[in-house]
Design a protein around this ligand. Structure first.
Ligand SMILES: C[S@@+](CC[C@H](N)C(=O)[O-])C[C@H]1O[C@@H](n2cnc3c(N)ncnc32)[C@H](O)[C@@H]1O
Ligand code: SF4
Length: 382
C-alpha cells in the first residue's frame, strides 16, 4: 500500500515557530494548483504504483490547505480523481485527510468539505486551548474558536478528527498543559498529535531566543510535560502509538503510519518528499521555481538512492518512534550479518536502561524509551 501527499504552501501569516515551507501570500495560488495537477500527470507512474502498490491514503497538508476556497478544493480533487479507475482508488476505503486551521472552519466550509469532497479525516491545528499561548506564538484563532471548530466539524458529521497541540511553549507549566489535555479529551476527538515545541533555525522563535527576549521550559520541564501527556491520554483510552501521536482504538493515522513503517509515498507540490523503497526525492522548496519547472516539464526534484546503511539507519529512525519498536527478524531478513551483529551488540545496554522491552521477536519502546527515542536511535545507528 502507498500514500499520496499534496502540499499547499500558503498561510495567512507565518507562525513564530514554524519552518514548514509556506508563503504568507495567495498570489500564485491558481497557477500553483494547475502545476499540481500537471505534476500529478507527469509523475503518477513514477513510483510503480497502481496495481503493485494501490494508494490507500491521501493527505493534503501544508502550509494551510484550508486557505483554499471551495472552488479550489473542488478543482484539486477533480484533477487527482481523474485517474480513479487507473489507480483503483476506492474512496470509501481510503483515509483522506485535510489539514485545517480553526479560523477557516465555518459551518458552511466544513459542510462543503463533508458533503462535496471525499475528505473523511480532518487534522485541525489547535496548538493550544489557552488564549495567552495562542497570542504568544502568533496564531490567528482564539481558544474559543479552537473548540468551536472541532464541535462544528463533529456537527457536520466528521467522525475522524485529529487535533495538533504543542507543549513546552513559553510559560507553559504542567497545570496549563494538563488543562489543554483535559479540553482535548472532553471534545472526544479520535486522534491527538502532541508535539514538544522545537526551535528551528531561521524561525522568529529562534531569533527571539537568541536575543534573550523569551525563555522556554527547560529539558526537565519538557520531560515532565511529555510524561504527563502519556499518563493523561493513556488513562483516557488513547493509545500512545508514536512518540508524538495518540489515538483511540482504530484511529491511528494511516497516512503517517506509512512514513513510520517505511512504505512508499508520492509527494506533490513545492518541498514535498517522495519515497519508493529505494529512492528518496524532494521537490524544490520554492513556489515560483516549482510552477515554472513543472510547466516546462523540467525535473523539479533532487534524489538520493539509498544504500544498505541508509536503509538500516532509516529503519532504526522510524522504528524507534513507534510503539511496536524494532523487529529482529526484519533486521535479519533485510541486512547483512555484520549489521545484524552491530544491532544485537547494542541491545543489552538498552534493555538494562529500561528503554526497550523484549516482546517475542520485537523490542518494544517503554515510555522512557519513547521519551528518549533519539538516544536509542543514536546508539543503534551505523
Ligand atoms: C505543518 S503544520 C500545518 C497545520 C496548519 N497549518 C496549522 O498550523 O494549523 C502541522 C503541525 O506541525 C506542528 N508544528 C509546526 N512547527 C512546530 C514546531 N516548531 N514545534 C512543534 N510543533 C510544530 C503544529 O502543531 C502544526 O499544527
Ligand atoms: S503552523 Fe500552520 S499556519 Fe502556522 S506557519 Fe506553519 S503551516 Fe502556516
Amino acid at each position: 500500500m502507498s500514500g499520496l501527499y499534496i502540499h499547499i504552501p500558503f498561510c495567512r501569516q507565518k507562525c513564530l515557530y514554524c519552518d514548514f515551507y509556506s508563503l504568507a501570500t495567495k498570489e500564485s495560488k491558481k497557477a500553483y494548483l494547475e502545476a499540481l495537477a500537471r505534476e500529478w500527470q507527469q509523475r503518477k507512474n513514477d513510483l510503480n504504483w497502481g496495481v503493485k502498490e494501490p494508494i490507500k491514503t491521501i493527505y493534503i497538508g501544508g502550509g494551510t490547505p484550508s486557505s483554499l476556497d471551495k472552488e479550489e478544493v473542488k478543482y484539486l480533487f477533480s484533477q487527482i480523481l481523474k485517474d480513479k479507475t487507473l489507480f483503483h482508488l476506492n474512496l470509501e476505503e481510503m483515509e483522506i485527510t485535510f489539514e485545517a486551521n480553526p479560523e477557516n472552519l465555518t459551518y458552511e466550509y466544513l459542510n462543503f468539505l463533508k458533503t462535496q469532497t471525499p475528505i473523511n479525516r480532518l487534522s485541525i491545528g489547535i496548538q493550544s486551548f489557552c488564549d495567552d499561548d495562542l497570542k504568544a506564538i502568533g496564531r490567528r484563532h482564539s481558544a474559543l474558536q479552537a473548540a468551536d471548530s472541532v464541535q462544528l466539524a463533529q456537527k457536520v458529521g466528521f467522525k475522524n478528527i485529529s487535533i495538533d497541540l504543542i507543549f513546552a511553549l513559553k510559560d507553559m507549566n504542567k497545570e496549563r498543559w494538563e488543562e489543554n489535555l483535559r479540553r482535548a479529551t472532553e471534545l472526544k476527538v479520535q486522534h491527538i498529535s502532541a508535539y514538544c515545541l522545537t526551535v528551528e533555525k531561521g524561525t522568529m522563535l529562534n531569533t527571539l531566543l537568541e536575543k534573550g527576549k523569551i525563555t522556554l521550559p527547560n529539558e526537565i520541564e519538557q520531560e515532565e510535560q511529555f510524561l504527563l501527556t502519556d499518563e493523561y491520554l493513556t488513562k483516557n483510552q488513547y493509545e500512545h502509538y508514536e512518540t508524538s501521536n495518540y489515538a483511540i482504538e482504530g484511529y491511528r493515522s494511516q497516512h503517517n503510519s506509512l512514513y513510520w513503517h517505511n512504505k512508499p509515498y508520492l509527494g506533490l507540490g513545492a518541498s514535498a518528499h517522495s519515497f519508493n523503497l529505494s529512492k528518496r526525492r524532494w521537490n524544490v522548496a520554492n513556489v515560483h521555481e516549482y510552477i515554472e519547472s513543472v510547466n516546462q516539464n523540467k525535473t523539479i526534484y533532487e534524489e538520493e538512492i539509498l544504500t544498505q546503511k541508509d536503509h538500516y539507519n532509516e529503519y532504526i529512525l522510524s522504528a524507534t518512534r513507534i510503539k511496536e519498536g524494532i523487529s529482529t527478524s526484519y533486521i535479519r531478513e533485510n541486512f547483512s550479518q555484520e549489521i545484524v551483529s552491530h544491532f544485537l551488540l547494542q541491545i543489552p545496554q538498552l534493555l538494562q536502561n529500561n528503554l526497550l522491552q523484549p516482546h517475542g521477536d520485537q523490542y518494544l519502546l517503554t515510555t522512557k524509551g519513547m521519551l528518549l527515542s533519539n538516544q536509542i536511535a543514536v546508539s543503534l545507528f551505523l
